[in-house]
Design a protein around this ligand. Structure first.
Ligand SMILES: [Zn+2]
Length: 204
């Protein structure tokens, strides 16, 4: 069965498993869990997954654009990737935006969605999509820039961004105006240029 196809080979970093059929979870009975290992591809049945508090916290945060619908689509149709540090991820792209869903405990009968985020992969398509407005796309791009180099100050990447609806990073709710090399918290007034300071400095 599909879950046995990628044995030791899947332990290599960035081994991309493609072509796993949508119906791969069919026939996966609870009995088969006994033979699963962490490197076996996770099942594609969204109803089998529970959510961690960490994920539930994020799915409701303004400006993350992760939704339960996106999780379901990612698990059923997304590209499956194995990463030696994070384990399995589903990646699903729609309207120019990639939804990345990280899962754990996939070798057990109780797999969980641990975290998820969005990335703009095609800015033009995302901006043209009816579900996103300009601020949405700017928010996703700014959040990615902050996360990609979380320990660095990135005023040059913040400066062109215009985000007038606050989005949550750490426990701050930040926004920025074009020409400003910082994000500003609407609650505490703090100015930040890196994700590291946003996540370590308390609000108010
Ligand atoms: Zn704050």
């Amino acid at each position: 069965m599909a879950s046995r196809r990628h044995g030791s080979g899947a332990s290599k970093a960035s081994d991309i498993v493609s072509g796993v059929p949508t119906g791969a979870s069919e026939g996966t009975s609870s009995a088969s869990h006994a033979y699963r290992s962490p490197v076996d591809p996770p099942i594609r049945d969204p109803t089998a997954y529970a959510f961690t508090d960490h994920f539930l916290d994020r799915v409701t945060q303004p400006g993350r654009y992760m939704t339960f619908d996106a999780v379901r689509e990612a698990i059923i149709h997304g590209q499956l990737r194995w990463n030696t540090t994070d384990g399995w991820r589903f990646a699903y792209t729609d309207a120019g935006v990639r939804y990345v869903v990280v899962v754990e405990d996939t070798e057990t009968p109780s797999p969980v969605v641990v975290t998820g985020w969005t990335e703009v992969v095609d800015s033009e398509t995302a901006r043209a999509a009816s579900r996103f407005d300009e601020t949405d796309v700017e928010t996703i791009e700014l959040r990615s820039a902050l996360s990609d180099r979380s320990d660095e100050r990135i005023p040059g990447e913040i400066r062109p961004r215009e985000v007038d609806r606050p989005f949550t990073v750490g426990n701050h709710r930040v926004r920025t105006t074009a020409g400003d090399g910082s994000v500003v918290c609407t609650d505490c007034g703090g100015r930040f240029r890196s994700k590291a300071t946003l996540t370590t400095r308390h609000c108010r």
